[in-house]
Design a protein around this ligand. Structure first.
Ligand code: IDP
Ligand code: MG
Length: 180
């Protein structure tokens, strides 16, 4: 099933005939990129973090290990290229594979950033992933796209089109539809 309409922001991912009965997608369904950083893997927090997104009602449409390269990180963190910690940040992100995840949901870019919390875990709101489980940058456990535009770019940066899955869940009507 093609996601092209969705990814270009032109409309929902479900061709009209294939949408589950009674379900009409909200117009602001989005996708966002999450990377679970090497500290999340080392500290056995992968499952806990994924669980939080599942319980929120975000749909996992892609998930894989990624071995990041210096080139990928130079592109991904290009907005930090002039920072003194740029090289060490890239080294940190290459310590282990990261878990790449694409999440889907209504207004999901902003929702995921709220669940993740502020960059500095000591300033992050209690209840967020970074506040609850971490203390420092760069070891703040997780990356999440910070805008709808960047989410589209970042999903494409780390996932091929055939690695993104559209599938129905019985709960779609609660999380994507207008009601029961
Ligand atoms: P974000 O991850 O909350 O979007 P960005 O400003 O995009 O924050 O920074 C990307 C990542 O760079 C942060 O998540 C953190 O791991 C790392 N980082 C940001 N600021 C610092 C710093 O001052 N020292 C070391 N690492 C930093
Ligand atoms: Mg960022």
């Amino acid at each position: 099933m093609s996601n092209l309409n969705y990814l270009s922001g032109l409309g929902p991912i479900w061709p009209p005939g294939l949408m589950p009965p009674g379900l009409s997608y909200m117009p602001d369904t989005q996708r966002t990129l999450v990377l679970l950083k090497p500290d999340a893997l080392q500290r056995d927090l992968l499952g806990e973090i994924i669980r939080r997104f599942e319980l929120k009602g975000l749909k996992i449409v892609a998930l894989k290990f990624i071995r990041l390269s210096d080139e990928m990180l130079t592109e991904h963190y290009s907005h930090l290229a002039d920072k003194p910690f740029f090289a060490s940040l890239k080294q940190f992100m290459m310590q282990t594979p990261v878990v790449g995840i694409v999440l889907e949901g209504i207004d999901c870019v902003e929702s995921v950033r709220k669940i993740v919390g502020a960059t500095n875990p000591r300033s992050a709101d209690a209840g967020t992933i970074r506040a609850d489980f971490s203390m420092n940058v760069p070891s703040n456990l997780i990356h999440a796209s910070d805008s709808v535009e960047n989410a589209v770019t970042e999903v494409k940066r780390f996932f091929k089109e055939d690695e993104l899955f559209s599938y129905e869940k019985i709960t779609d009507r609660f999380q994507f539809g207008e009601g029961i």
